[in-house]
Structure formats: structure tokens, C-alpha cells
Design a binder for this molecule. Sequence first.
Ligand SMILES: Nc1ncnc2c1ncn2[C@@H]1O[C@H](COP(=O)(O)OP(=O)(O)OP(=O)(O)O)[C@@H](O)[C@H]1O
Ligand SMILES: [Mg+2]
Length: 276
Amino acid sequence: MISVKGVSYTYMTSTPFEKTALENISFDVAEGEVLAIAGHTGSGKSTLIQLVAGLIKLTSGTIAIDGLPVADKKIRRLVGIVFQYPEHQLFEETVERDIAFGPRNFGLSDEETSARVEEAMRQVGLDAALKKVSPFELSGGQRRRVAIAGILALKPKYLILDEPTAGLDPLAKKNLLQELFGVVRKSGVTIILVSHSMEDIARFASRVVVLAQGKVLFIGTPRELFAEEEILSRAGLEPPPITKLLRTLNINEQALTVDEAEKIILKRLEKISCRR
Ligand SMILES: Nc1ncnc2c1ncn2[C@@H]1O[C@H](COP(=O)(O)OP(=O)(O)OP(=O)(O)O)[C@@H](O)[C@H]1O
Ligand SMILES: [Mg+2]
């Protein structure tokens, strides 16, 4: 479990540029859940996950991961973080070497490393034939997969993804998340997903933390969030288009996905045709 208690963070303390990015944030992440973090640009999402991964030091409050304080070096083995645009950090000559970099650094044997590379490539839907190819010859979407595979190869218990689909085309986006969440979740990994996409949150998240100007505005399920119009507008967020459509049609039921909406609308149409 990840437990965040009373966390605040200030950039460039005691300078004229001092900026409080987070104020008194508390929430828990239960094992096996997908917790989304949503909020307008600048609301503090990336700062928060960097604190959870132990990459920057808390100004105040505590973060514990499986009971260990986040400053403890042992948590580095537990938490994997995929930054925004992770493909910018690829640097090895081949896909295989790039994905192997982390496991090798963890001191795994050649055999173990190569098994990890193969498994991670499968998990992100990369063909094994691409192993010997330079990452720079790949498409943007494939490069993103290589970068994510490099983190999965470390087998983190907690996986943090910062806008994993930002900048990908709609199809690549849909496939990447479906694969990631399908395969990765089967292995019981707990996921923190930073996302602007309310559709992705509706489909994948068990709960959402909404940040606004560095404060927690809401914690609950996506369904609960999309019913809170005032909170959404204060956070500068919009419900998924399909949820909005049902509202516009004056249908008093909530749909999070197109499939759900289809069922609700068909049911209504049946009722209408029965009355005729
Ligand atoms: N290195 C930094 N130095 C100073 N201020 C920073 C730094 N990084 C972020 N900030 C400020 O802290 C606040 C929160 O930034 P953060 O990057 O965490 O937001 P975010 O929610 O991830 O935004 P986005 O959706 O654009 O990625 C912003 O006001 C930002 O300007
Ligand atoms: Mg960010």
C-alpha cells in the first residue's frame, strides 16, 4: 500500500521564485488498484508522482510504501515510473539493450535479463523481431512502448505512468492502454495513472484523485466524479463525451463507456416502441 499523508511541496524555497506546488495532500493507494490523478495543467500531478517515487524530497508530510518511508533506498525496487514522453530518454543502440539497461543495473544475470526483455516486449505488444533494431528507426508509438518496456522489465510492484499516451494518435493510444492494462494488471501490479483523458479514467481507473492548484479537490470513483458538475468545472475537467451526450439527451442514467451508453439508449428505444 502507498500512503500519502499531509504532503506539501515548495519549489525554490526562500527565493523570489518560490512556488508551492502541493499543499496538504493525503490519500492511499490500495494494492491492485488503478488510481488516476487528474487535474488541469500545473495542478501538481507530476510533482506528486515524483515525490511518490522518491525522486524529489518532501517539504512536509510523509509518504510510506509498504510501510517504508519513501526516502528509503529499498523502495526503488518497488516503484517504477514512466515519465511524460519517456522515449526521449532512449539512448542504447538496440531495443534489446535499452530495455535490458535497468535489469542489468539491478545486477540480474544475462539469462534473467534476456527473459525479462522478452516478457516486457510481449507485455507492451512489441514484436520480438524488433530486438536488434535501433529505437531511432521505430515510430513514435513503438518508441514509447520500448521506453515503457524498460520499466516493466524491472517488475515494479507499483507502476506510475505520467500521461502515457500523450502525443500518440488515437489508435496507438487505444491499443497501448488496452494492452498495458490488460497484461500488466493480470500480474497484479498497482498502477498510478496521471491522465488528462476522462475517457481513459472512466475505462481504467478504480478511483480518481482530482488536484486543483496543488490541493485535493476530490477523491472517489470515476462514476462519482462525473456526477459532480461543480467539482469538474472547478478543476477545469469535462466528463467523457459519452457521459455528456446522455445528459444532453436528458437521460437520467450515467454511462462511462460507449458500450454502457448503447445499452441504456437501446433500452429506452425499446420502451418507446412498446408504447406505440
Ligand atoms: N522545476 C520546477 N521549478 C519551479 N516550479 C516548478 C517546477 N516544476 C513544476 N513547477 C511548478 O509547480 C506547479 C505544478 O507543476 P506540475 O508539473 O507538477 O504540474 P502538472 O499537473 O504535472 O502539469 P501538466 O499537466 O502540465 O503536466 C506548476 O505551477 C509549475 O509551474
Ligand atoms: Mg505533468
